[in-house]
Design a protein around this ligand. Structure first.
Ligand code: BTN
Length: 282
């Protein structure tokens, strides 16, 4: 298979400022060692991966005003128009990760905690394995992509997409029923630089110790959008499996009590509440 094209071979246009702050000031406020701001890229995850392969520091952040090929899990498209959301990727070099499934949940948990102050009294929920929900609708998503070298994890790119300033009509029609933004749910338009900074600081702090320990599992349990619900697990090439979501374990796996009473530890796949017919984005 041919290697993927290098997204920096023709360097995308950089922005020196974002939300009226210059890049150096944002990097300082956000506590990141390097901040790369672009007007438009295919996917910030690809740019972050290319920088990681060139040896950038852990914590390096890539943010684009627009993505033309933003992606989510399972090769879904992630709508990333300019001016409305936060599309960013962080390079992480976690040591001692118990299981790959831990990281998306840690990033999601940290992001959810950081977003709460922007949408109180509502609380942001985490839907296994990578969705952020507000009022039952999708507020954001996490896409963690790892790179392995000689059998060890060299780095992970944690892509974070957050819907911030969208009005309902800003979402593609098929996503509208299931999508939300901070503006729609909380009724105000928070400064994107503040939201991004809060999320980045929380993610960097949380992933410094990449474990789902007891306290974090308890926090996750409180925010778990699926726990106790009847769900359907969809895995490629397998028949849909009905069961009840019991929670998440320390490896980041979903625990599912199946219809016949057995306990399944689910490490991959897509899960939706049984009452939801066929969501476009979850
Ligand atoms: C999902 O919900 O399936 C995950 C969505 C992740 C979207 C973000 S936006 C920044 C980064 N770049 C991408 O192409 N995807 C992630």
């Amino acid at each position: 298979m041919d290697p993927p094209p290098d997204p920096l071979a023709v360097p995308p246009e950089r922005m020196t400022r974002w939300e009226a702050l210059d890049a150096a000031e944002l990097a300082r406020l956000w506590g990141v060692p390097e901040l790369h701001l672009f007007r438009s890229v295919g996917s910030t995850n690809d740019v972050a991966r290319a920088l990681a392969e060139r040896g950038c520091a852990a914590g390096t952040c890539v943010l684009a005003e627009e993505q033309t090929a933003g992606r989510g899990r399972a090769s879904r498209t992630w709508a990333s128009p300019p001016g409305l959301g936060i599309w960013m990727s962080l390079v992480l070099r976690p040591a001692g990760l118990a299981a790959p499934g831990v990281l998306p949940l840690l990033v999601g948990l940290a992001a959810a905690q950081a977003l709460d102050p922007f949408c109180r009294p509502a609380a942001v929920q985490v839907k296994w394995p990578n969705d952020l929900l507000l009022g039952g609708r999708k507020l954001g998503g996490i896409l963690c992509e790892g790179a392995w070298e000689q059998g060890r994890l060299a780095f992970v790119v944690a892509g974070i997409g957050l819907n911030v300033l969208q009005a309902p009509e800003d979402f593609p029609a098929e996503l509208r029923p299931g999508a939300t933004s901070l503006r729609i749910a909380a009724g105000w338009q928070p400064p994107r630089a503040e939201v991004a900074g809060a999320v980045l600081r929380a993610v960097l702090e949380t992933t410094r110790r990449p474990e789902l320990d007891r306290d974090r599992l308890a926090e996750l349990e409180a925010r778990d959008a699926l726990r106790g619900r009847d769900v359907v697990l969809v895995e490629p090439g397998a028949a849909p499996l009905h069961g009840r979501a019991l929670g998440i374990n320390a490896d980041g796996a979903l625990l599912l009590r199946t219809g016949c009473g057995s306990l399944r530890t689910v490490r991959s796949g897509t899960v939706r509440p049984a009452e939801v017919a066929s969501p476009a984005e979850t």
